[in-house]
Design a protein. Structure first.
Length: 426
């Protein structure tokens, strides 16, 4: 089939997600205008025409924060507007600039809408042009490095290109929606043969609805911060096959964490997907079904992930306590509330992706990774091109090759569209 081309679509009003670049019919791709599975009367349905809503409960929130980001003007600079547990962030734009990180300098593009509003099609197209220039600059800076075999252009949108996408704060917005632009850009890049891989800290149960909603029913997915790699297959039982599992004995981590935070809630995720907790989490924070069990049972079996949650504890104190508790032999990432994910030793999204590119016969030079949180940093450094969302903390952006717009301005979609557009322009 002829790959769909970039079309501007109608402009947007204030507060509504712009349709953005639209994709022509693609086999297996969803209708981006339809509500996501699980969206019904109780979920409120689409609000204000703002893109397709992800399955109910798809975005965990801190108990004292609602599903919609507050006006950034009422928050101090750097205070996160939401607090997903897996490291995603929706930080506010600095009020003194009114411009999100990653925007073009003054005069370089059409005027930007106010923070937390999506871009109109002209502004979005300008961002795509910026990302095209960024990709060319990265390639130029690495021109002396050996090119992958049989590939003159490492970022060519073909079967050898792998694009790893974080979920929360990258393709899923603060109120649990995937915009039409993101869905169209995923379908468009896949029509060229590129591998789009969800790489998330979420469990399989929490990640699958998002993958399916954006049309990914075949291909690959990395879950639990790299501890699980799945091959998506609609013909397989449950729609997937687990191809890699990394587990560890959680006893030392649980003991150390509860020693540091005695009132904390501990959860473990097991290789079979079972989620067990020491006591219930605050309402709305866990997507997974879970069982409440004694701590001794949590310690008794190998797991893919340990979670520590300390409701009500200030993040700075929680971070200090965790860093002092002696977790040196495992990988961990602290989220934007008092929430900690602990993975097996040496296991990150990057380690899982590195195994995957070997399986696929390609390499990190032919990979693009997009993310916004502390659990994304390894894959941003690992990939041939690491892209940080504009809402990521500065230290995460400093590790990336490129910074794009925040999720509410479809920064990830702009990167995917830029991959295709740079080839079409050539």
């Amino acid at each position: 089939m002829v790959p769909p081309t970039l079309s501007p679509g109608p402009d947007v009003g204030d507060g509504a997600d712009a349709p953005g670049p639209t994709a022509g019919p693609t086999a297996g791709s969803p209708d981006p205008s339809s509500p996501a599975p699980g969206a019904g009367p109780d979920s409120g349905g689409p609000r204000g025409g703002s893109g397709a809503e992800a399955p109910a409960g798809a975005h965990p929130h801190a108990p004292d924060e609602g599903p919609t980001a507050p006006d950034p003007a009422v928050l101090p600079v750097g205070v996160p507007a939401t607090a997903p547990g897996s490291g995603a962030v929706a930080s506010v734009v600095a009020p003194e600039t009114g411009v999100a990180p990653g925007s073009r300098p003054e005069g370089g593009s059409p005027a930007r809408p106010s923070p937390l509003r999506p871009l109109g099609h002209e502004a979005y197209h300008a961002v795509v042009q910026d990302r095209m220039a960024d990709l060319e600059a990265v390639l130029a800076s690495r021109a002396t490095a050996p090119a992958p075999p049989s590939c003159a252009d490492p970022l060519a949108p073909d079967e050898g290109l792998l694009v790893a996408l974080d979920v929360d704060g990258t393709i899923l917005s603060m109120d649990g929606r995937v915009s039409e632009r993101v869905m169209a850009s995923v379908a468009r890049l896949r029509s060229y043969g590129a591998q789009i891989v969800i790489a998330t800290g979420r469990s399989v149960e929490a990640a699958l609805p998002v993958a399916r909603h954006v049309g990914l029913t075949t291909g690959w997915m990395v879950c639990a911060n790299g501890a699980l790699t799945l091959r998506l297959d609609p013909e397989a039982p449950r729609g997937y096959e687990v191809v890699t599992v990394r587990t560890f004995d959680p006893a030392h981590a649980i003991d150390a964490l509860l020693g540091a935070v005695p009132d904390g809630i501990v959860a473990v995720e097991r290789a079979d997907g079972a989620f067990c907790v020491s006591s219930p989490f605050p309402p709305g924070e866990l997507i997974e079904d879970y069982r409440v069990v004694p701590v001794e049972e949590l310690r008794s079996q190998e797991v893919t992930r340990v979670v520590l949650r300390a409701p009500g504890m200030p993040l700075d104190r929680f971070t200090a306590l965790v860093r002092e508790c002696g977790l040196h032999s495992v990988e961990y990432a602290i989220g934007w509330t008092a929430w900690l994910d602990v993975a097996p030793p040496g296991v990150t999204k990057a380690s899982a992706l590195d195994d995957l590119v070997v399986r696929l016969g390609t390499g990190p030079q032919r990979a693009i990774a997009v993310g916004d949180g502390s659990n994304d940093t390894e894959m941003l450094v690992w990939a041939g091109v690491g892209v940080a969302m504009g809402s990521a903390p500065q230290w995460v952006r400093d590790l990336a090759d490129v910074t794009t717009e925040p999720v509410w301005r479809d920064g990830a979609a702009a990167v995917l569209d830029a991959v295709v557009e740079r080839v079409r322009k050539q």
